[in-house]
Design a protein around this ligand. Structure first.
Ligand SMILES: *[C@@H]1O[C@H](CO)[C@@H](O)[C@H](O)[C@H]1NC(C)=O
Ligand SMILES: *[C@@H]1O[C@H](CO)[C@@H](O)[C@H](O)[C@H]1NC(C)=O
Ligand SMILES: *[C@@H]1O[C@H](CO)[C@@H](O)[C@H](O)[C@H]1NC(C)=O
Ligand SMILES: *[C@@H]1O[C@H](CO)[C@@H](O)[C@H](O)[C@H]1NC(C)=O
Ligand SMILES: *[C@@H]1O[C@H](CO)[C@@H](O)[C@H](O)[C@H]1NC(C)=O
Ligand SMILES: *[C@@H]1O[C@H](CO)[C@@H](O)[C@H](O)[C@H]1NC(C)=O
Ligand SMILES: *[C@@H]1O[C@H](CO)[C@@H](O)[C@H](O)[C@H]1NC(C)=O
Length: 861
């Protein structure tokens, strides 16, 4: 029987897994004739090599012996869904002697010859669903001689009685019969007599109104399945009450039924009613000798699981009670289920679990309690379930839990847990997504569980890192899911940067949607086995060199704010998703653009999703469409043009203003001139006298960087921001004299300060005034023969980008510069160093070649 079933499946798979989709419709390639929906009114002529003839969705009305030429190789004939009433004549398929599957489903068969299916000795499967057939098809021996027939589908017809012709007795291959969706009001022993002695893998009587519409005299009806062995008996959707179920189990006493499907029943009181009975000790009692292994009672109205409800079902392995209204579990409700392995109580109305609820289930391995309303669980509830491996408590209402059972798999997702009991346990798989965990101490605690391989903590609120936690090796963890938390809040305090320490076997890590705007330095350092990392949907602007795990293969960094990533970071990858970032499409990006075009890394997403965010002229344009040719020259030209433009405009504006001022405020002008002269002379005087400068340093930066400079530097150095600071600083926004010529302001600032600090950023390089100030400071260096210029490079500017500017190149070739630290922890030290440089007194040097020596903090990459 199993053999036949497998063969059946095998042929089905071979015949169905056909490449028909690639064929043009209404044609044949010799083996497959594809004529679905071709307006045919009769069987078309096909080659005698055809193996599959697909004729559904036509209007064929007549099939007789001569309709087909001899097709000895035909295995599958599809004749379903004809838009005409079908007449099938005497031995209609005789010319198809090797047919395996005949599909007439959804065709209205108006006339069917009793000999229609004769001459099909190899037919395995006959599909006659929704054909408008009456019970005569069973009664009158239409299926006689179908020696190989294994599967007969007669569902959705007009069969009212299952009175079988005696020829069914000889159908020794038949294992699967489906009578579902017919109106079969009763079924008694005599009707199925020809099937006695047979073993069937499936008998379908779903939605047939069986026994529920008419009253049955069970004494005379007796057992319809007498002498049969059924693997699966589907009696679902028949509207069975407790009384009918009880009487039916009584009547089939002794018949072997491995799997009894009674879902969509109407047993049980439901919620808020008392008049309808819940099943009790007697309802299933008579199934004792039927060796039922699986009982499906899902989708009903059972409110209370009464005492000893299943006590006789000693062999039962799977009990499905899902989607009822179970609120009460009576004393010893599960008593006697000695073999039960899977208990499904999902989607009921359980509110609390007591220590005694699961008594008498020595072998349960899987307990499914998801989708109830469980708010509280007594600590010992699962204690006696010695074989328990999986406990599914997802989607309940747990706010606290006093224990974590030491079993393989614990599913606690979709509850309201705000913290976990820090009690030792062992588990292989823990799912806690969609809870309210806030403190990273819970994560540290979970990571300490020995043997843990999978930890899922998506959609929590992990954000607080208060104490310093002990990290420990977890050599077993393979997958860690931390998506949709708020790790940024935890990490920006500078704590919990060691959370992944010791996870030497971790292969998959999800950190998407965590509001991350930086990656703590070295956070992935110990993840030597990590292959898959998702950083998608964060707010990362840049990735610093070495920040990714060394052996990473798959990286998702889509939906961040990367503007100019360094392709060198991606050298170990096989797959990369870098779509929907905020690329700044200037020449700086050209290395990345070139890399995109020639890399072997598989790039996910469409090219259109890798687009420019800036400048506006390229907004939304794909990086793949941008030419990087002549990037250097263009850039140089552009900046030159820009400088010229600025210079012209400035000159013009200035001369206009000067003219106006001179005409309008001659007197004031004069006074102003006096002031400037005085201050210039004073400056000179200061300069001649070291240590007496008006300012300790002139900070020169682009006005676009003002906010950053103020927060990062000025606030920590300038005496006016805080009395703790020591330095007197000068910067344009505050200290330049308004209305004064900008150049004189710069001049005054450079000469009026002991040092000039240039914050060289992307903006600085584009700002003509900044470059001018740089030049002044350099000139002063040359004239004073001492180093008064300190250069701090900010942001991800490469050596190459810096060298493009002639003024800066001259400086960099001879002298060292400072780099703003990438690592937040270094900032304090950096500021100290910078203050030191500013305060350090340089002696006038005799030779230019031995000028400033500043330590570079980070080596230039
Ligand atoms: C079938 O007939 C309909 C209406 O007569 C027509 O629109 C359709 O194109 C025809 N299909 C084929 C495959 O000939
Ligand atoms: C198909 O028909 C041709 C002649 O029309 C014949 O030679 C050939 O043997 C046939 N093949 C099969 C498989 O029947
Ligand atoms: C098939 O026959 C029934 C009744 O005999 C009729 O109502 C129906 O219209 C026919 N269908 C077609 C497609 O001819
Ligand atoms: C169940 O069987 C008993 C005894 O034959 C009968 O009295 C009762 O009406 C039956 N109930 C149903 C619903 O068939
Ligand atoms: C329990 O039943 C629910 C609902 O039918 C289903 O989703 C779940 O997979 C079942 N659980 C098990 C362990 O079979
Ligand atoms: C990408 O490479 C192809 C050839 O490998 C070249 O023809 C094309 O111009 C390149 N595109 C860009 C944007 O560099
Ligand atoms: C891509 O693969 C080819 C062949 O495997 C190799 O020769 C080439 O160097 C690779 N290119 C890059 C950019 O890794």
């Amino acid at each position: 029987m199993i053999m036949a079933h497998q063969l059946d499946l095998l042929v089905g798979v071979i015949l169905m897994a056909s490449p028909v989709l690639e064929m043009s419709p209404c044609s044949s390639d010799g083996r497959i004739a594809l004529f679905r929906g071709c307006n045919l009114t009769q069987i078309p002529w096909v080659l005698n090599t055809t193996e599959r003839l697909l004729l559904s969705f036509n209007a064929i009305s007549l099939v007789v012996t001569t309709s087909f030429p001899l097709l000895e190789r035909l295995l599958l004939l599809e004749l379903g869904t004809q838009y005409a009433n079908l007449t099938i004549g005497h031995e209609a398929f005789r010319n198809l002697p090797n047919l395996r599957i005949l599909d007439l489903g959804l065709s209205r068969i108006e006339v069917l010859s009793p000999d229609a299916f004769q001459g099909l000795p190899h037919l395995l499967e006959l599909r006659l669903f929704s054909c408008g057939l009456s019970g005569a098809v069973l009664r009158d021996g239409y299926f006689r001689n179908l020696k190989s027939l294994a599967r007969l589908d007669l569902s959705s017809n007009r069969i009212h009685s299952l009175h079988l012709h005696s020829s069914f007795q000889e159908l020794n291959s038949l294992i699967n019969i489906d009578f579902s969706f017919n109106q079969i009001l009763t079924l008694c022993e005599d009707e199925l007599r020809p099937l006695q002695g047979k073993t069937l893998s499936f008998f379908g009587l779903k939605s047939t109104s069986l026994f529920s519409r008419v009253s049955v005299v069970w004494e005379t009806c007796r057992n319809p399945f007498r002498g049969m062995r059924l693997e699966t008996l589907d009696l679902s959707e028949n509207g069975w009450t407790v009384a009918i179920t009880g009487n039916f189990s009584n009547s089939i006493r002794g018949s072997q039924i491995s799997s009894l499907i009674l879902k969509y029943h109407i047993m049980g009181a439901g919620f808020g009613f008392q008049n309808i009975k819940d099943p009790d000790q007697s309802t299933f009692a008579s199934l004792a000798r039927s060796s039922v292994l699986e009982l499906d009672l899902s989708h009903g109205f059972i409110f209370s699981l009464n005492s000893r409800l299943f006590e006789t079902l000693k062999d039962l392995k799977i009990l499905n009670l899902a989607s009822n209204k179970i609120n009460k579990i009576g004393d010893n409700a599960f008593y006697g289920l000695d073999s039960l392995q899977i208990l499904n109580l999902s989607y009921n109305l359980l509110g609390e679990l007591y220590n005694s609820n699961f008594n008498g289930l020595p072998r349960v391995a899987y307990l499914d309690l998801q989708g109830n309303h469980i708010g509280i669980i007594q600590d010992q509830t699962f204690r006696l379930l010695n074989m328990l491996q999986t406990l599914d408590l997802r989607d309940n209402a747990l706010k606290t839990i006093g224990f974590i059972p030491s079993i393989q798999m614990v599913l606690l997702g979709g509850n309201k847990l705000a913290h976990l009991p820090h009690i030792r346990f062992t588990a292989n798989f823990i799912e806690l997504s969609g809870n309210r965990l806030e403190s990273l101490s819970d994560l540290y605690f979970l990571l300490q569980a020995p043997q843990l391989q999978f930890l899922i903590l998506n959609q929590n609120r992990l954000s607080s890192c208060k104490a310093v936690h002990a990290t420990s090796e977890n050599p077993s963890l393979e997958q860690l899911f931390l998506a949709e938390n708020m790790l940024q809040l935890a990490w920006e305090t500078g704590l919990c940067w060691d959370v992944f320490k010791g996870l030497s076997r971790l292969q998959i890590l999800y950190l998407n949607n965590n509001y991350l705007n930086f990656l703590p330095p070295g956070i992935f350092k110990d993840l030597v086995a990590l292959r898959v990392l998702s950083l998608s949907a964060n707010k990362l602007i840049a990735l610093s060199p070495g920040s990714l795990p060394a052996n990473l293969e798959i990286l998702d960094i889509s939906r961040n704010q990367l503007f100019s990533p360094d392709p060198g970071l991606f050298s170990s990858l096989h797959v990369l998703d870098i779509t929907h970032n905020e690329f700044v499409c200037d020449c700086e990006l050209s290395t990345f653009i070139l890399w995109l075009n020639q890399t072997n890394v598989t790039l996910l997403g469409s090219p259109a999703d890798v687009y420019c965010m800036y400048p506006n002229s390229l907004l939304g344009g794909s990086l793949y469409d941008i030419s990087t040719q002549d990037c250097d020259e263009e850039e140089a030209m552009a900046s030159l043009k820009f400088s010229l433009f600025i210079l012209c405009t400035a000159t013009l504006t200035l001369s206009l203003i000067v003219t106006l001022i001179v005409i309008k405020f001659r007197g004031v002008c004069f006074r102003g001139y006096k002031t400037v002269r005085r201050s210039l002379f004073k400056d000179k005087a200061w300069n001649l006298e070291p240590g007496a400068s008006r300012y300790d340093a002139y900070f020169c930066f682009s006005s676009k960087d003002f906010e950053w400079a103020q927060n990062a530097l000025l606030k920590h150095l300038d005496v006016h921001y805080s009395s703790r600071n020591r330095l007197r600083l000068c910067f344009e926004e505050r200290d330049f004299i308004p209305g004064e010529n900008h150049i004189s302001n710069i001049h005054a600032a450079v000469w009026g300060s002991r040092k000039t600090v240039c914050l060289v950023s992307r903006h600085f390089l584009k700002d003509g005034w900044c470059l001018e100030a740089f030049r002044y400071a350099r000139n002063r260096c040359l004239s004073d023969l001492k180093s008064i210029l300190i250069v701090v490079v900010v942001g991800s500017l490469s050596q190459y980008q810096l060298m493009r500017h002639e003024t800066i190149r001259g400086f960099l070739q001879k002298q060292q510069y400072l780099r703003w630290p990438e690592d937040l922890q270094d900032v304090g030290w950096f500021l100290d160093k910078l203050s030191g440089c500013i305060l350090k007194e340089e002696k006038g040097k005799k030779k230019r070649s031995s000028s400033i020596r500043l330590q570079s903090i980070t080596t230039v990459s």
